[in-house]
Design a binder for this molecule. Structure first.
Ligand code: AMP
Ligand code: ZN
Length: 449
């Protein structure tokens, strides 16, 4: 039984889908104004692990991840760059999808862009106006009246009563003070800062607020009541709190059953973020010789609810562990069955709120267990990897470079001549060049160390 920690109830709950056998899953996607940093990718790797595990235990998953291609930041930076919003955001969307592939993150079932769904956002805003949950401000923008939604604050634990809000305050910016609760913009009336970015609609000339984007797109593809919504912990308030307010006031019933939030990636004890300028991109890791999968492995050692601190030493240890795993795995024979005992241990770890650290430890335990047949190990590791996503099924023995092949040939000749001293010397030379050889019935096999 899969248990998940639900931010809404602050409890670990057994997961029960709304419709048997199916899961509707929504993940807040990237704001495409730049490259995501590796902290952002923690959120997307987490969503990927969740989806892969839901599929592994038999669910049919409809996964929607949006692209925020219109907000304060995309407008600000496209204008600064002198590019159209569309060209600017399309570039970063493509780059994002390329990096998802490098991290072996499976594509979402649907990846809707906010600018393709303005109609749905306007409709929801109109509905909220009609029902009296929203009002038009004197600047022409439409604001959500948080006092009208009695359970505002239920996700983040914010107590509206305690917040000093005597004079009505409201906010047009997409993000706001974590300590304050203010009426927020559903629709932002055009002003000069927006340049040529606007839509003419029944609620005026302008553009949507960030929060309504996710409410409108999730509802369009998953319905107005669905199973799971994910995002980083910093999105709990105000973004997700506001999504709940908009969606539940529009529909009149519950929006999402399980809210899951991954913890932050820190660096030197501080949240990694673009604004603090302490962020690394995947490219920075690659320039130091690490692969995106080294990073994925490093992250999976901790449960998504654990705060982790990024270090190069940690990443280097993960890279070495992966190399070891690869050279071990590539020597395992085919044709085995999945080992049920170890599969149970793996499932137990994952059922415990996706404890990937324990799941990885289980993979190493089966490797070390001498009682388990090698072919069984191979089949079981491959099964685990449908969840872990290290890309093991595509691992292949690498063709050694020309100089190594020549040395192997020379060694084979020495062996034929029973010149064991020379053959040992060549083996040592090959080792010093970073390769290991193994003599088998079908010839000499070579592995990168
Ligand atoms: P953004 O593109 O800024 O909307 O962020 C995309 C995702 O990354 C969101 O789910 C954020 O909550 C998440 N995120 C941002 N910074 C971090 C971090 N340092 N560690 C983990 N997740 C983060
Ligand atoms: Zn969102």
């Amino acid at each position: 039984m899969l248990k998940l920690l639900n931010t809404l109830t602050k409890k670990e709950e057994v997961f029960k889908p709304i419709k048997e056998g199916h899961v509707g899953l929504y993940s807040c996607g990237p704001t495409v104004y730049n490259y995501p940093h590796i902290g952002n990718y923690r959120a997307f790797i987490f969503a990927d692990i969740l989806k892969r595990y839901l599929k592994y235990i038999g669910y049919d998953v409809m996964h929607v991840m949006n692209i925020t291609d219109i907000d304060d930041k995309t407008i600000r930076d496209s204008i600064a760059r002198g590019e159209s919003l569309l060209d600017f955001t399309e570039f970063y969307t493509k780059e994002f999808n390329r990096e998802l592939k490098d991290l072996n993150i499976e594509p979402a079932t649907k990846q809707p862009k906010a600018t393709d769904h303005i109609k749905e956002m306007v409709q929801m805003t109109e509905e909220l106006l009609e029902k009296g949950f929203a009002y038009k401000g004197d600047d022409g923008s439409v604001y959500f009246d948080i006092k009208k939604f009695k359970s505002y604050g239920k996700l983040s634990g914010l107590d509206l009563e305690k917040i000093e809000n005597n004079t009505k305050s409201r906010i047009k910016k997409d993000e706001y003070d974590k300590e304050n609760a203010e009426d927020f913009a559903l629709w932002k009336a055009w002003d000069q800062n927006d340049g040529d970015v606007y839509w003419d609609t029944p609620i005026g000339r302008g553009r949507p607020g960030w929060h309504i984007e996710c409410s409108a797109m999730s509802t369009k593809y998953l319905g107005d009541h669905f199973d799971i919504h994910t995002g980083g912990v910093d999105l709990t308030f105000p973004h997700h709190e506001n999504e709940i307010a908009q969606s539940e006031c529009a529909s009149g019933h519950k929006f999402v059953n399980y809210w899951l939030h991954n913890e932050h990636l820190l660096i030197d004890g501080k949240k990694m973020s673009k604004s603090l300028k302490n962020d690394y991109r995947l490219k920075d890791l690659q320039e130091k010789g690490f692969s995106p999968i080294d990073y994925r492995y490093w992250l999976l050692q901790a449960n998504y609810k654990t705060i982790v601190n990024f270090t190069w030493e940690g990443l280097s240890a993960s890279s070495n562990a992966l190399k070891k795993l690869k050279s071990y795995y590539l020597n395992l024979p085919e044709g085995g069955k999945i080992n049920e005992q170890y599969k149970n241990l793996f499932d137990e770890a994952m059922n415990d709120n996706l404890n990937t650290g324990e799941a990885l430890a289980t993979l190493w335990k089966i490797i070390k267990d001498e009682k388990v047949k090698d072919e069984e190990k191979k089949a079981t590791i491959l099964k685990f990897d449908t969840v872990l996503g290290l890309g093991i099924k595509d691992w292949k023995k690498e063709q050694a470079p020309e100089n190594i092949l020549k040395l192997i040939e020379a060694r084979n000749l020495a062996r034929k001549e029973k010149n064991w001293q020379e053959s040992d010397r060549i083996r040592e030379e090959i080792k010093n060049l970073g390769y290991k050889i193994k003599d088998t019935e079908s010839g000499t096999e070579v592995f990168k160390l």
